[in-house]
Design a protein around this ligand. Structure first.
Ligand SMILES: [Zn+2]
Length: 202
C-alpha cells in the first residue's frame, strides 16, 4: 500500500513541476532584441549574421523588433519607435522629432543605410529627462534633453553659416575661420557621436 502511494505522489509532483516549467518556457518571454516587449516571433539568422553579442539570449522577438529586423526598409531609412509603433521618417519629420523626442521613443539616424546599426540600440527609449538616439555607425547615444537642445542649436547655426556639412564634420577652412567662435565650437564637437548624428539630421 505504502509504496504505490509514494510512487503516485512522485508522479504527481513530476507532472506539476513539468507543467510549471512549461509555463515559464512559453508564458511571457521578453524580446531578445529590446527586452521591453513580449516575444512573439522566432527570428531566422543568415550565416553572415554577427549581431549576437548585441542581443539578449534567445531568438524570439516582439512585433516591433520583428518588423525592423526583417524589412530592408528599416536599414535604408531613418525611423523612430514611439511606444509600440515604428514608422519611417522623412528629413523634415526626422528634424522635428529630434528637436523634441517624445517620451518612450527611440530615433534611428542612418548613415550609409547598409548596416543593422540599430541592433545595439533597441533596448533604449527616451524618458522625460534623457533622450535615446541611435546612429547607424555610432550606436546608442544617450543624452539629457538640455544638452541635446544645446548641441542641435550649434549644429543648426553652423550649417546655416557655412552651408556645407564637410565643415561641420572636419573643421573650418582658412577662410571660414573668420567665424572664429563658431569654428572653435565645431572643433570642440568634431568626432563626438552626438554631433555626427545631429549633422546628418540637418
Ligand atoms: Zn523587441
Amino acid at each position: 500500500m505504502y509504496l504505490p502511494c509514494l510512487f503516485a505522489t512522485y508522479i504527481l509532483v513530476l507532472v506539476y513541476v513539468y507543467s510549471g516549467l512549461k509555463d515559464l518556457d512559453t508564458g511571457s518571454r521578453l524580446c531578445s532584441l529590446c527586452g521591453r516587449r513580449i516575444a512573439k516571433h522566432r527570428l531566422r539568422f543568415s550565416e553572415k549574421f554577427v549581431g549576437f553579442p548585441d542581443m539578449f539570449d534567445g531568438d524570439m522577438v516582439c512585433d516591433v523588433c520583428y518588423k525592423i529586423f526583417t524589412s530592408q526598409e528599416f536599414r535604408r531609412r531613418n525611423w523612430a519607435i514611439v511606444g509600440d509603433e515604428v514608422g519611417i521618417l522623412d528629413k523634415k519629420q526626422l528634424f522635428k522629432m529630434v528637436s523634441d523626442p517624445p517620451v518612450n521613443s527611440l530615433i534611428y539616424v542612418k548613415s550609409s543605410g547598409r548596416k543593422m546599426g540599430f541592433l545595439r540600440c533597441l533596448r533604449y527609449a527616451s524618458s522625460k529627462t534623457m533622450v535615446a538616439l541611435c546612429g547607424e555607425d555610432e550606436g546608442p547615444v544617450i543624452v539629457d534633453r538640455q544638452r541635446l537642445r544645446h548641441v542641435l542649436s550649434i549644429a543648426y547655426e553652423a550649417y546655416n553659416t557655412f552651408k556645407r556639412k564637410k565643415t561641420l564634420l572636419e573643421g573650418c577652412s582658412p577662410r571660414e575661420w573668420e567665424h572664429h567662435d563658431l569654428c572653435m565650437k565645431i572643433e570642440s564637437m568634431k568626432g563626438d557621436p552626438l554631433w555626427q548624428i545631429l549633422v546628418r539630421v540637418l
